[in-house]
Design a protein around this ligand. Structure first.
Ligand SMILES: [Fe+2]
Ligand SMILES: [Fe+2]
Length: 286
């Protein structure tokens, strides 16, 4: 059964050390198959911040997949920002900017959406869109396919400044054709989940989105530090929001999505809407 811990926006340099320690303890006790880190590992892309992020990643349990965020590109050092924007990220964290994890029934791909010329907003290139197709399309239908970016594909509820990723619609079309099931992102420092079809009427395949809040940084927005604990047990997918409660992480809400089409069985690979997600049970303390 695939279990993914989805953490985001760590912002080392503005992190809260007791929260970071508690998160490591929580993840260590839960032992996910994969920890997906959706960007903004540092506050200002400084070497010492990346070294702290490296030490944190080294203490995570199991496999780790990480993508950069806009804060991992230098802001004030304009030469570095344009000449070697992800130099420190690649030096201290990983040289891989299109990480791919495939183990049995789980395949996860990371896409770098951070760009030098726009500090806040992100973008996906045509080459990256092609890569999404190449990675996922050949995999069998039974494999649960997850795409990880820093910038979101859908806006947060009620946000006047959606800040969704540039060229995101084209990437969604590729993800739909390649059979992607779930999209993980951060950047907004707000946790929520939904279906992309609610925002893109021409997308027919049901693809879920899980946005993670900030896991350990002091840059919270009206909600505590949180991360997503995701469990996929066909035909159910559960997104559990684990939040900092002042002493430890605890479950704040749980949303269970169930596939209704085909009784949860995936049949013909060319049938785009075969996996039709519906929320069946919601428990919340947020
Ligand atoms: Fe952030
Ligand atoms: Fe960000």
């Amino acid at each position: 059964m695939p279990t993914i811990a989805h953490i985001s926006d760590l912002h080392f340099g503005k992190e809260d050390p007791p929260v970071a320690e508690a998160l490591l303890a929580d993840l260590g006790a839960r032992a996910p198959r994969l920890v997906a880190v959706s960007g903004d590992l540092t506050q200002r892309a400084r070497a010492r911040e990346f070294r702290a992020a490296r030490a944190f990643l080294d203490n995570l349990p199991g496999a780790v997949l990480v993508v950069p965020g806009n804060h991992d590109v230098p802001l004030w050092d304009v030469v570095s920002r344009f000449a070697r924007p992800l130099h420190n990220y690649r030096r201290y964290l990983t040289p891989e900017l299109a990480p791919f994890f495939h183990q049995e029934d789980l395949a996860v791909m990371g896409v770098n959406t951070a760009r030098s010329w726009t500090f806040k907003n992100g973008r996906i290139s045509w080459a990256q869109i092609e890569q999404i197709r190449d990675r996922f399309a050949p995999l069998p239908e039974r494999v649960f396919k997850v795409l990880v970016t820093h910038h979101p594909f859908i806006p947060s509820p009620g946000d006047p400044d959606p800040a969704v990723v540039g060229r995101g619609f084209h990437a969604l079309q590729a993800a739909e054709a390649a059979g992607v099931d779930l999209l993980l992102a951060g950047h907004l420092h707000l946790g929520f989940s939904g279906d992309v079809r609610a925002h893109h009427l021409s997308i027919r395949r049901s693809m879920l989105v899980a946005q993670a809040g900030t896991a350990i940084s002091l840059r919270t927005r009206d909600e505590p530090n949180t991360y997503n604990w995701i469990t996929f047990e066909p035909p159910h997918l559960t997104i559990e929001v684990r939040g900092w409660g002042g002493g430890a992480f605890a479950t704040l809400s749980m949303t269970r999505w169930s596939s209704t089409a085909g009784n949860g069985r995936r049949s013909r690979p060319d049938r785009l809407s075969h996996f039709d997600w519906r929320p069946t049970r919601v428990r919340s303390r947020l």
